[in-house]
Write a protein that binds this ligand. Structure first.
Ligand SMILES: *Cc1c(COP(=O)(O)O)cnc(C)c1O
Length: 601
């Protein structure tokens, strides 16, 4: 059915969505974290909405990594082995892509995502592990985000160049929009130029050709963090892509200072570009500004002028829009709350915006369902660690990638103050989790810091750090804690999605005003802010003080002494936050602003 739509030119709204990672099934390790889960939620919601879309990714036969943490908090990693054939269907299509001077053969596996009304969207996983390829090239569909530029540019060449070739082999000849989810797939734009040139030399590419490709491409950027934007030195680019393609790339906005920057390439070739929250739109406009010469200066009309560090840059030439992320409600709601929603607002599965009507669900009913989700989490924690947490104790959660700017150890800055808070306002338990990239030393240190704090607090505050934080565990944790704590360094949290998963489950946030929380936060109504003001840079001391003060004076007393008030915040988190910060709304915004639109307005 879908391929009929895709090859009929009159059905011009079809989308090919490219992403290096997809979180589709908790048992398929084809993702590392937020980006992949967002991609998974996007395709699930697109299927709910019946959107003609196909998705392209790489098969990661060795997954991201399996996390092991010893008793002092030292993380080590092992490869993940899984059996793609248990989840995916191998298709007969085979393509040949010239990469690194060789003719690489690529096969493809299909996974079908079923929407709420029975509509399917295929996700195609490209795979170079065929016996006809040399050994090293076979390993390219092995590991996700290996810290080896040569391996990564090969993978990205397979994704971008191989992806477009595979679409054609599968019969998708007319595609209205190529959506690059982050810069990893930016070589899609090179594939489209080559296709347009019909085998003629790339030295003959004109501005009109480039503009024609631009009219087909959409780019979503996901982070202001440099590590999220791949850069490759030109000699490596030349080795992998060859002389002709490299000379062409040098004529694009992707190449500066003898490096190819994948995000800049995607920016240069997209008719529509967006960040993933209002704040991230502004931060990205600064980042991609053609006139920036360094973090503090722009070059405008022949003079160097200072620019505000974290404000939208008034000199930016790239119109970047915002479409704030959302989470797929049916995927992330606990089974207990799903039952309640089914009873009171049965439309919520088809149309997540009906979650607004959660305002009519009795407080006690929501509370009861939350207690069930909490018990499920505690059972899972007990099963994994042997630790027993108490169901009547307020439980804080923060689990996300362990990396510098997320500052997940901020909570433990002053252990004496934490002890005092508990003595003053009532008991606490803390549940944490998250993987550090194997090469991220500061991320690993955060895990060690939390282990150290846990050991010191063990007589007064139970702190559990869960290994192997993944989709399955996230579902338990996001639904089962009572308060979600989020402490990123401003303005580096592009959106953040775990707070959206918790809001959907009636778990409010206590969070720094950054990313989505700037839009979702109403003080004391949907949750609480840590410190005030989102326009200023982070002030660590003030943030720590605000976090502790609010816990001690506001939130713990409310939880223990005015439970109806706390339940009211829980219910507003559902009705005000999750009716908007869901993936169905997000996909409709992509449809109206990115896919249907031709050019930024
Ligand atoms: C949702 C999720 C994330 C992303 O969390 P952020 O709040 O966006 O940082 C990462 N990992 C897992 C396993 C998740 O489920």
């Amino acid at each position: 059915m879908l391929s009929d739509i895709a090859v009929t030119p009159s059905q011009s709204l079809n989308v090919a969505y490219f992403s290096m990672e997809f979180g589709l099934d908790p048992a398929m390790p084809t993702y590392s974290g937020g980006l992949g889960i967002l991609a998974g939620d996007t395709v699930r919601a697109a299927a709910d909405n019946g959107l003609p879309m196909v998705c392209i990714s790489l098969l990661h036969r060795k997954g991201y990594f399996r996390q092991h943490i010893d008793s002092s908090g030292n993380q080590t990693e092992t490869e993940v082995d899984w059996a793609p054939e248990k989840f995916l269907q191998l298709l007969p299509a085979r393509i040949i892509v010239p990469i690194g001077g060789k003719q690489l053969q690529v096969q493809v596996w299909r996974y079908l995502v079923h929407g709420q009304s029975g509509y399917d969207i295929p996700v195609y996983f490209l795979d170079t592990a065929v016996p006809e390829n040399p050994k090293w090239e076979q390993s390219l569909s092995g590991q996700l985000y290996r810290n080896d530029p040569r391996y990564r540019i090969y993978q990205e060449a397979v994704l971008g160049l191989g992806g477009v070739a595979m679409l054609r082999a599968l019969g998708y000849r007319v595609v209205h929009s190529y959506h690059m989810n982050e810069g990893h797939s930016a070589l899609v734009t090179l594939a489209l130029i080559e296709e347009r040139m019909w085998g003629n030399s790339l030295s003959a590419v004109t501005e009109d050709d480039k503009e024609a490709v631009r009219q087909r491409c959409v780019f979503t950027t996901h982070t202001p963090i440099a590590a999220g934007h791949d850069e490759f030195p030109m000699p490596l680019v030349r080795e992998v892509l060859g002389e002709e393609r490299t000379n062409y790339l040098l004529t694009t906005g992707g190449c500066r200072n003898d490096t190819l920057n994948m995000s800049n390439l995607a920016v240069d070739f997209s008719r529509y570009i967006n960040g993933v929250s209002m704040r991230h739109e502004a931060v990205s406009q600064c980042m991609y500004c053609n006139r920036a010469i360094d973090a503090e200066h722009c070059y405008v009309n022949g003079v160097t002028v200072p620019r505000a560090k974290i404000m939208p840059c008034q000199y930016s030439e790239h119109p970047i829009d915002a479409i704030t992320n959302g989470v797929h409600a049916v995927t992330w709601a606990s089974s207990a709350l799903s039952k309640i929603y089914d009873h009171y607002i049965p439309e919520w599965r088809r149309d997540n915006r009906y979650l607004r009507y959660a305002i009519g669900i009795p407080l006690e009913v929501i509370w009861q369902a939350h207690q069930e989700a909490k018990q499920e989490l505690f059972n899972e924690i007990n099963r994994r660690t042997g630790i027993t947490l108490k169901p009547d104790v307020m439980t804080l959660g923060f689990a996300r990638r362990a990396t510098g700017y997320k500052r997940t150890d901020l909570m433990f800055s002053d252990l004496n103050r934490l002890r005092q808070i508990v003595r003053q306002s009532g008991p606490l338990q803390i549940v944490c989790g998250g993987k550090a990239h194997p090469n991220d030393g500061s991320g690993k240190e955060i895990i060690r810091n939390i282990y150290k704090a846990a050991a010191e607090l063990k007589d007064i505050i139970p702190v559990v750090y869960l290994e192997e934080y993944d989709m399955a565990l996230a579902k338990y944790v996001c639904a089962g804690v009572d308060l979600w704590v989020n402490t990123p360094l401003k303005p580096l949290e592009a959106s953040g999605t775990s707070g959206m998963k918790t809001a959907l489950n009636g778990v409010p946030s206590l969070s720094i005003l950054d990313g989505w929380w700037i839009e979702g936060h109403v003080e004391g109504v949907t949750g609480w802010s840590i410190d005030n003001g989102w326009q200023e840079e982070s002030n660590r001391e003030r943030e720590i003080a605000s976090l502790y003060d609010k816990l001690e004076r506001l939130i713990l007393p409310m939880y223990y002494k005015s439970p109806a008030d706390f339940m009211t915040v829980m219910r507003y988190a559902i009705s005000l936050n999750s009716s908007h910060f869901n993936a169905q709304r997000m996909v409709l915004q992509y449809l109206q602003n990115a896919y249907r639109n031709t050019g930024n307005s």
